[in-house]
Design a protein around this ligand. Structure first.
Ligand code: NI
Length: 183
């Protein structure tokens, strides 16, 4: 059988309603879900992201993909898929600048735990567990937040939010009357 070519998906921007929903757990690893995961991975690399969550492409499902090091290590791609993830074992705190494909041109310092443990399933429905630190831990926390409708700009100070208000308003202004924002 001929393998399906993955598609690049449109990114939803700040203002889109799906970005603010609590995403639903995946209950079955259908072919459609597996194809969707392939699309998510391809889209992350195409948009030069280090992580991408399903709500960012308009699917309210508890799936995300991360690859925090592909820029650094000679662009070797090593995507990590997490389905129905759980985070625990938060340790320490670090502040570092973050960006997000749904918040283009906005970069702000966000406090995150230095270490975290994630458990969930991979793209095949197999159980996986990782003990993460540094950028990997940060990416996991950022992407996990997307599954609960949380964006990194929710975690910055009020003062910082005042400075990016214009950019946020611009992003939001392209949302249609149904609450969809496809750039
Ligand atoms: Ni993001």
């Amino acid at each position: 059988m001929k393998k399906r070519q993955p598609n690049s998906l449109a990114i939803r921007f700040y203002g889109d309603k799906t970005l603010r929903k609590e995403a639903a757990a995946v209950t079955e690893f259908t072919d459609e879900i597996k194809d969707f995961i392939d699309d998510l991975v391809v889209t992350m690399y195409e948009k030069d992201g280090v992580g991408l969550a399903a709500p960012q492409v308009g699917r309210s499902l508890r799936i995300f993909v991360v690859d925090p090091f592909w820029f650094k290590e000679d662009h070797i791609k090593n995507p990590l898929v997490l389905v129905n993830p759980k985070l625990y074992g938060f340790l320490g705190e670090v502040e570092l600048e973050e960006g997000c494909l749904s918040l283009s041109e906005i970069y702000e310092t966000v406090p995150r735990a230095e270490k975290v443990i994630v458990e969930g399933m991979n793209e095949k429905g197999e159980k996986v567990k990782y003990e993460a630190e540094g950028l990997f831990a940060r990416a996991l926390q950022h992407e996990y937040d997307h599954l609960d409708g949380i964006l990194f700009v929710d975690k910055i100070s009020k003062l910082k939010r005042i400075f990016i208000k214009k950019k946020l308003t611009e992003l939001k202004s392209t949302t249609d009357k149904d609450g969809n924002n496809v750039g």
